[in-house]
Ligand binder design. Structure first.
Ligand SMILES: [Zn+2]
Length: 337
């Protein structure tokens, strides 16, 4: 038995704790595991399933109960969700002591420290700070709902339909063809700088459903970092801002799948609509029917307003005043920015 053993922190993951122990004894992790009788052990593998033999060996060396050790693993994460668990910490808590790796911070949908309750951050890029406090407060409601579904899904406890993977397939589908950065997405550049940045200005950017369901993300995400990977990989490999937006998207789609899906279909181009209809085919039939009914209603409302404005005199007047307002605000815009 080891003479000194560090007490595990709340929610600490096994690999992190064993790493701290190895450091305490001034040993590389492999040598430390060998000392514990686990010569061919890969420390992260122990976190999936701490086998009876391995658990007993570690328990004998450290004095912890096998159940306590097993509670530090990701044994409750289903195999198809294991790609979500990062080998190290994804995000960091500004208040947690350095070197502590909590299980929560390995998962892409954890945005708050389980111990301190504060927002987790990433080293370097402070992506979420692009959103205002008021925006974040509203978005947090959706993000928490989405994160709860994701956490339950990873443990096989989410019965909701459409399922989490089905929602992610739609959220990450391209609803429009890829297009270069729009004027709003481009930084202000001199003519010379425009020539120098020709590659950036003409690079096609994937346009995914996520941008319609979470327009707040569309407005603040750096244009080159807007696209996310497809399906489950979007979360597994996403940045903090991307994962936060995906959780918001899952929260919103869970509450109003019909409204958001119809809005995305309305905003899509022909090929995008085909792709979306393909992804939606996995959703329950009753839900799909309601989506297409809603889409027809939205389309007829849209064509109704445009033709109505042409038909009636008052409509024309309204159209003109709107046009005037647009020109005015457009003229004012350069002065403001
Ligand atoms: Zn913390």
């Amino acid at each position: 038995m080891l003479p000194v053993v560090l007490k595990p922190e709340p929610d600490e993951r096994l690999s992190g704790w064993l790493g701290r122990l190895a450091q305490l004894y001034g040993m590389p992790i492999d040598a430390f595991l060998e000392c514990c009788g686990l010569p061919r052990g890969e420390v992260n593998d122990l976190e999936w399933r701490l086998g009876g033999g391995e658990g007993a060996l570690l328990a004998a060396r450290t004095g912890l109960a096998v159940d306590e050790l097993r509670a530090m693993t990701f044994a409750d994460i289903l195999p198809n969700a294991r790609l979500m668990v990062a080998r190290g910490s994804r995000y960091a808590c500004p208040l947690c002591p350095g070197g502590i790796q909590r299980k929560t911070t390995a998962l892409p949908w954890s945005f708050w420290c389980p111990v301190h309750g504060v927002r987790l951050t990433t080293r370097g890029v402070r992506a979420l700070e692009r959103l205002s406090e008021t925006q974040l407060m509203m978005l947090d409601l959706n993000a928490r709902a989405g994160a709860l579904r994701l956490a339950n899904w990873a443990r096989g406890r989410d019965e909701g339909l459409p399922s989490v993977p089905q929602l992610l397939d739609v959220l990450t589908a391209r609803h429009r063809r890829s297009s270069p950065p729009s004027l709003a997405e481009q930084p202000r550049l001199s003519l010379e700088a425009r020539r120098a940045n020709h590659d950036f200005l003409t690079r096609p950017i994937a346009r995914q459903t996520l941008l319609v369901v979470v327009p707040e993300y569309d407005r603040v995400a750096p244009v080159l970092a807007k696209p996310v990977r497809a399906g489950l990989f979007s979360l597994a490999q996403g940045s903090l801002l991307q994962n936060y937006a995906l959780a918001v998207g899952i929260g919103r789609l869970s509450v109003d799948p019909v409204g958001y899906s119809a809005a995305v279909l309305l905003a899509s181009d022909r090929e995008g609509e085909e792709r979306l209809r393909g992804a939606l085919r996995a959703w329950p039939l009753t839900l799909r029917r309601r989506i297409y009914v809603r889409l027809r209603r939205l389309r007829s409302a849209r064509s109704g307003t445009s033709s109505g404005a042409e038909r009636t005199g008052s409509g024309r007047k309204r159209g003109q005043s709107q046009k005037l307002r647009f020109i005015q605000s457009h003229n004012y815009a350069p002065g403001i920015s």
